[in-house]
Design a protein around this ligand. Structure first.
Ligand code: MG
Length: 236
């Protein structure tokens, strides 16, 4: 398989700083393995930025499966808080995907950043959010519509930095020619509806064109949060 990717991270229109981190920063093309990641940091002052940067650095420099990389990122954030207690309360999401030469995709995931697969015009969310609204939605207690405007929609139930030892979701998929994978922070998915996501991802644009079209759409919708996206195309 050959993979072509691009990424973008934008502060949005409301926040003063960008606490998201994307990896890689540059676009490119390779037969794999290709690693991509999105982390969305949280915590007062600059702590969110510290957490997301630390997590991505640890994850991409650790050898091992996506699950092991995400676990290592958690340890890095937890250890930093132990050494610097003023950072306590900082945390981050991390969704890391590895694309292998044989077409297999493996994802390690904690938090409410997301991975999607666009295949034959259909969009599938590969990850499950670790958030209160996702739990309420899964339990049938609220509707999709209510989830979008729920006052506690930013409440994350699992993130890196909370505890030593984190449960990492692992998702596996076999990719085919023409598949497109999106990894993104909630600054994208909180701002635009699935219909628009499918439309923008489904256009013929390159990953480079697509990531900026997605950022622009989230900003046009208000840009209430930092927006980070990575798009990876699979081709034979
Ligand atoms: Mg966010």
């Amino acid at each position: 398989m050959n993979y072509t990717w691009a990424s973008a991270s934008n502060v949005g229109r409301v926040r003063a700083g960008n606490e998201d981190v994307v990896y890689p920063r540059d676009s490119g093309s390779d037969a794999g393995p290709v690693i991509v990641a999105v982390a969305d940091g949280m915590g007062g002052a600059v702590a969110g930025e510290v957490a997301s940067r630390l997590a991505v650095e640890a994850a991409v420099t650790t050898e091992g499966s996506p699950e092991e990389r995400v676990a290592a990122a958690n340890e890095a954030v937890v250890e930093r808080i132990e050494r610097e207690p003023k950072l306590s309360g900082m945390g981050t999401t991390l969704t890391l995907a590895r694309f292998d030469p044989d077409g297999s995709l493996q994802i390690g995931h904690v938090g409410d950043s997301r991975a999607y697969l666009l295949r034959d015009g259909r969009l599938e969310q590969l990850t499950r959010d670790h958030s209160l609204v996702a739990e309420l939605l899964a339990a049938g207690k609220i509707t999709e519509e209510e989830a979008r405007t729920h006052p506690q929609r930013n409440l994350i139930t699992r993130s890196l930095g909370m505890l030593p030892g984190v449960r990492v979701d692992v998702i596996e998929e076999e990719l085919s020619e023409g598949d497109r994978v999106l990894v993104c922070s909630d600054g994208l998915t909180g701002m635009i509806e699935d219909d628009q996501l499918i439309e923008l991802l489904g256009k013929d644009g390159t990953p480079d064109e697509t990531v900026w079209a997605l950022v622009e759409a989230a900003n046009e919708a208000g840009g209430f949060d930092n927006i980070s996206v990575v798009v990876v195309d699979a081709a034979q």
